[in-house]
Design a protein around this ligand. Sequence first.
Ligand code: F0G
Length: 482
Amino acid sequence: MATVKFYAGESFPLEMHKVRIIQKLNLIPLDRRGKAIAEAGNNTFLLHNRDVFMDMLTDSGVNAMSDRQVASMMYADDSYAGSETFTRLDKSVKHFFGTKYFLPTHQGRACENILSQIFVKKGYVVPMNYHFTTAKALITVNGGTVEELIIDEGLKIRSDHPFKGDINIDRLNQVIKQYGPAKVAYIRMEAGTNLVGGQPFSLANLAEVSKICRAADIPLVLDASLLADNLYFNKKREAACKDMTLHEIVLKFAELSDIIYFSARKLGFGRGGGICTNNEEHFLKIREMIPLYEGFLTYGGMSVREMEAIAVGLEETLDEDMISQGPIFIDYMVKELDKRGIPVITPPGGLGCHVDAKAFLDHIPQPHYPAGALGSAYYIASGIRGMERGTLSEQRDENGEERLSNMELLRLALPRRVFTLSQVNYAIDRLIWLYENRRLVEGLKFVEEPKILRFFFGRLAPVSDWQTKLIAKFKQDFGDSL
Ligand code: F0G
């Protein structure tokens, strides 16, 4: 990978693009931030964006498009059937993955819905490196069980393992033996493992999983939503990939998998998704579901303008300057925080900077949602919206008991090419202040708790008046600063 060396002092991320269109941001005053988070039920999903300064909730559908992507949207062909736009997207996806078939969907979870309906039955299991919220919910809804088999290192907050998203091969063999191959619906490998800090898997690990799948006749399903980050790390950290082009790595991933699906809100920087395979039998089964749930086979619920942008976005995903931007900004943020003793997931991964709320707020018991409380406190301190990825993002078990999450994370996503380094420095600064004042922060409790995917709509309240105290301390330290 090309490197730029700096002459004076430390190096810092250097963007290989310039900003040509901007959107104005608002940083509302502290008291209004206190009110806004209360009105949002302490759930950052429920904040109005007009009250948000840096939106670090997610990278989903909010990465910055290139000039070529925006330009491509203008020549979209919106005919219902036989659209030229679909022909272009179809060609681009098939070229990218080297697969024979492509079926469009409206987003990533639509692919998960279709695959779960086809493959998962009551009593079946889906082993995977780690779950993603929607993937797990859709498998469970269809009567299946999820077995998470990520390597032990993957669940350690601090580590120098380059591929924390790898699956534990011994455990995978055990699980297949325990259920019997006929009860294994498929094996799911998630690129850029979202919920454990955007951590990649190695090509070597995927190759081992593929071998097991083929020997046992179990489909290997690759969730390629966060493939761009994974690719960057394969290229950077895996000796076997050093001399491969990015496209050669993608083609190898695809060759090892039986079905690939992706959220194009992440891969391709648009809004949509799709499923690819070389297997005709799988293709025919999946194809039947597209008009039922998504739309006709030439759009699958996507707008033609987004489809054009995705076609270009996939092409640009094979550009090292493009895919490195997220990871180098994340690397910078993680290292700056780590230097100051603020607990973050290491090594830096993709998607965002993940703050370990269990350590940050080690005085808050897990059932009081430390990661949710940190998200709420951080919004008050900075106007920045992050996302809770901890116990709140889990579902209660059949008996209504809390399922305490392995990790309590506040995810601060860095949508690609969206923020400048000075904004990232602001995000770091406010986190440093909050860390100094962490003892003021206490937990949250539900006041409205939906049964499914409760983190999207649930409303919570602070367990005490800690937010008032936090606001008072901020005023004392920052005076009239926003
Ligand atoms: N798989 C992974 C790994 C994801 O990160 C997501 C979405 C999906 C599947 C579902 O895709 O949103 O297009 O339906 N992740 C978003 C996030 C929501 O914020 O991390 P979708």
